[in-house]
Design a protein around this ligand. Structure first.
Ligand SMILES: [Ca+2]
Length: 597
């Protein structure tokens, strides 16, 4: 008891001296023998008045056995006061941090340990002690959800600081900081991280009493994730860290790297083996450990500058910023809001260029992803072409500016890439991370005299009346390419009957000819008419089915206007036109055109 009495006397003397000092006109900032800013007695007085440190210590430190924390705490406090009163700034701060370290290490042994009152008193007395020696307060605003601890400079052993709930915490390895700092870890932080990625579980926030560079592998952070997160999602979760990374297009975060040398034992150590009630089923707990083993804070920790911290928590405390579990996996799909072009006119741009949507697992759009479009089939061209890229907008969509088709099959592959290096934010795109667009290129609908006809002249005439369908595509060999019209009067030749035009492609008289031609029908077309000028008979097929009977003519070639056909044409894709021509007599002629009324 005598020892207790002595301690109290020392403290009382110290307070009395400080009061008189604060009221005097003496210079309040006489420097100590050490370095650093000196103490402000006026401030120290206010700290005492605000905090009544002795009273607060007595409320939380048990005086009796087995640990007898109160006498030890009061003795340490007395040493702080002595250093304050003698204006030995560095010594006062060292002793103050030692006192805080003593209290916080004994958090589980305090009176009514982890009760709301005790947690509040713990936060208050910590700030009062810091205030007394002119250090910024911890800034704790939610003591019931904040773990407070001291990481000694050049510590010889690791320091673990956890929330009162045990659901979040950090491990600072031995020798991680050259300067002693007070560190807090808070759960139940409002709001998530500034990122479009899916986020899970609680947000936690770390602070340090001053800006220091963390070495020796950095600090390990562990946090709980709600047990209802799907296991497959959980398996890919990482811990995101909010901070002002340069050129970061995925929000203002960094996804912490996977560091294999952090073990499950480390995490179990940090969290004490379990998440708090309500957060952890057994399955969730197992998952939690797995998650946390992947997490290591980079070195050095990101911390806001002193200027940027103004207005932050506590105003002066250096913020390590927020942490939360994020899902780095993104889906890359064809834009479901737009119809993909599957066909177009050869040599022309398709109506709807390739368009891609990037979204999270929970269907939220992700801006800032680079999409590179590349021709991977056919002879067309896409713009912008790989390696140039289009960046997804706020709706998660990136669309090529144009896609010009070659004849026949065309293919463009759109591949997603993260805008930041994987070393910073390792985004995982759901396999294959790309979308393939295909489109068939075909000529436009033919006018008279069109090119791109295929034709087959047969030695004997088939029975056109019996043909109601035409197998399509016709696979017979021997088809030739020709320019319309087809006929028996060559260019520069003279019609015997003076009624037929000249034809660049020869169709001998008294033979049967089959013409075929693909053509693109634009989107929105609802009908087509077909004009056929023929000598003598013909039958027209659209997309493999006859749309006319066998129409016969005698004399000069005449134009038949057929249609309009509605159900036989298919808009937005390639249609197939075939014409069977039958000739007899001294002249032949055949040409056709398609129009969309
Ligand atoms: Ca004829």
């Amino acid at each position: 008891m005598r020892r207790y009495a002595l301690v109290y006397v020392l403290i009382a003397a110290a307070i009395a001296t400080a009061c008189s000092s604060g009221d005097s006109n003496q210079s309040p900032t006489e420097p100590s023998a050490g370095s650093g800013p000196s103490l402000d007695p006026a401030l120290a007085l206010r700290c005492r008045q605000d905090g009544l440190i002795v009273v607060q210590l007595a409320k939380i430190l048990p005086p009796g056995p087995p640990l007898r924390l109160l006498p030890t705490g009061l003795a340490k406090y007395a040493l702080v006061e002595v250093a304050v009163l003698t204006k030995k700034t560095d010594l006062a701060r060292t002793r103050a941090l030692d006192l805080i370290d003593f209290i916080t290490r004994n958090r589980d042994n305090l009176i009514n340990a982890n009760s709301p009152t005790t947690l509040t008193n713990l936060a208050n007395v910590t700030d009062a002690i810091l205030c007394l020696v002119g250090l910024p307060p911890t800034g704790v605003t939610d003591p019931l959800h904040t773990g407070i601890g001291v990481v000694p400079g050049n510590s010889t052993s690791p320091v673990i600081i956890t929330t009162p709930q045990g659901d979040a915490g950090l491990l600072a390895p031995a020798g991680s900081t050259p300067t002693t700092v007070v560190v807090t870890v808070t759960n139940a932080v409002s709001g998530g991280l500034d990122t479009p990625l899916d986020q899970y579980g609680q947000t936690i926030e770390l602070t340090a009493s001053q800006d220091v560079t963390w070495g020796n592998g950095g600090v390990t952070v562990a946090l709980c994730v709600a047990a209802d997160v799907d296991q497959t999602v959980f398996d890919r979760l990482r811990v995101g860290h909010e901070g002002g990374l340069p050129a970061n297009k995925l929000g203002n975060i960094e996804i912490l790297p996977v560091v294999p040398n952090v073990t499950e034992a480390n995490v179990s150590q940090i969290l004490g083996g379990s998440c708090s009630s309500g957060l952890g089923s057994r399955a969730g707990f197992q998952s939690l450990k797995e998650l946390a083993t992947r997490v290591l804070l980079p070195d050095p920790l990101y911390a806001l500058t002193a200027a940027a911290a103004v207005g932050g928590k506590g105003g002066q405390a250096t913020k390590f910023s927020k942490f939360r579990a994020v899902d780095p996996q993104l889906d890359v799909i064809a834009n479901p809001a737009l119809p993909a072009s599957t066909a177009g006119v050869t040599g022309a741009a398709v109506a709807q260029p390739p368009s891609v949507l990037v979204r999270t697992d929970s269907m939220h759009p992700v801006p800032g992803i680079l999409i590179r479009f590349k021709v991977t089939g056919g002879t067309g061209s896409v713009s912008p072409a790989d390696p140039a890229s289009v960046t997804t907008g706020s709706n998660g969509v990136a669309t090529a500016s144009s896609w010009t088709l070659g004849s026949g099959s065309n293919e463009v592959t759109a591949t997603a890439a993260s805008p930041v290096p994987a070393s910073v934010n390792e985004i995982i795109f759901t396999s294959p991370g790309s979308v393939t667009f295909t489109a068939e290129g075909a000529p436009a609908a033919p006018d008279f005299g069109a090119s791109d006809w295929s034709f087959l002249i047969q030695s004997s005439a088939p029975d056109g009346n019996s043909w109601t369908t035409l197998p399509w595509p016709v696979t017979a060999t021997g088809w030739a390419q020709g320019l319309a019209p087809f006929g028996s009067v060559p260019i520069g030749g003279v019609s015997p009957t003076h009624c037929s035009d000249q034809a660049p492609t020869t169709w001998p008289t008294n033979r049967t000819i089959l013409l075929r031609r693909d053509f693109f029908v634009p989107p929105g077309v609802t009908s087509a008419t077909i004009s056929v000028k023929v000598d003598n008979d013909m039958r027209v097929f659209l997309n493999g089915a006859a749309v006319t009977d066998l129409l016969t003519h005698e004399g000069c070639a005449e134009v038949n206007l057929l249609g309009p056909f509605t159900t036989s044409v298919v808009a937005g894709t390639v249609n197939h036109l075939a014409i069977l021509g039958v000739d007899r007599g001294t002249e032949s002629f055949l040409d056709a055109k398609v129009t969309f009324p």
